[in-house]
Design a protein around this ligand. Structure first.
Ligand code: PEP
Length: 249
């Protein structure tokens, strides 16, 4: 299997004010002094994208967003379009995060529609999938993520840059992680599901692991076959912690 360069993305969620831009600055300076062995992305809240774009200046840290609307424009009060995100300086976008699936009722079809719009606007989607604790305990993890892949990846992703993130819902922000073997099993299943959905055109997409990745477990997770990087929540808010993960590649 052809493997692309690993990708470590930080999801700041609804955290981050101007005062926190210093963390992005510290990350940039550290990676300019000692370049990462992987791609590094920060996904701040939409309000910080433009300021962070100026600060990062297209250097060692790439910039992403956390969501976009499925329509390119229109009467959708409070929403942000994919074109607005690229205009502000984002180049990637997280889509279908479990917090959006659970909290905002996003379906696989919604995620696919957003991915279609994001790709059309020139964004690289990071499409999230993952089972709940009840689904894992029922032995349904592989079936759930395979179904999510089948429904959440639009045809237009074939041959375009994108990533998938496997984020078990029960591992996000909890300090709990699956075993290394469990991660490997699901990542292999996701690779097959991407192949079934898009053919060989999807082979270069990295499959990130997300869910309580920290400096002390990053290296062993990133060494698992088919783990093409990490999607990091809490530990991406402080440059020192995020760097500890990045140095695990
Ligand atoms: C996330 O929200 O995508 C995530 C993985 O969070 P955490 O690293 O805090 O578990």
């Amino acid at each position: 299997m052809k493997q692309s360069v690993k990708l470590i993305a930080g999801n700041w969620k609804m955290n981050g004010l101007a005062v926190n831009l210093g963390e992005a600055e510290a990350l940039k300076q550290a990676l300019e002094a000692d370049p990462a062995a992987c791609r590094v992305v920060l996904c701040p809240p939409a309000t910080l994208i433009e300021r962070m774009a100026r600060l990062l200046g297209g250097g060692a840290v790439e910039l992403g967003a956390q969501d976009c609307h499925a329509s390119p424009s229109g009467a959708f009060t409070g929403s942000t379009s994919a074109g607005m995100l690229t205009d502000a300086g984002a180049r990637l976008v997280i889509l279908g995060h479990s917090e959006r699936r659970a909290g905002f009722g996003e379906t696989d079809a919604d995620v696919a529609a957003k991915a279609e719009t994001a790709v059309a606007a020139g964004l690289e989607p990071i499409i999230c999938v993952g089972e709940t604790l009840a689904q894992r305990e029922a032995g349904e993890a592989v079936a759930v993520v395979s179904r999510q892949i089948a429904g959440s990846l639009p045809d237009s992703l074939a041959g375009r840059p994108f990533a998938v993130a496997y984020e078990p819902v029960w591992a996000i922000g909890t300090g709990r992680t699956p075993t290394l073997e469990e991660i490997e099993v699901v990542h292999r299943a996701i690779r097959l599901a991407i192949r079934a959905r898009l053919g060989e055109a999807g082979d270069i997409a990295p499959i990130l692991y997300g869910g309580s990745v920290k400096p002390d477990n990053a290296a062993e997770i990133l060494a698992i076959p088919e783990v093409g990087g990490a999607l990091v929540g809490g530990a991406s808010l402080k440059a020192v912690d995020f760097l500890g993960i990045i140095r695990g590649v």
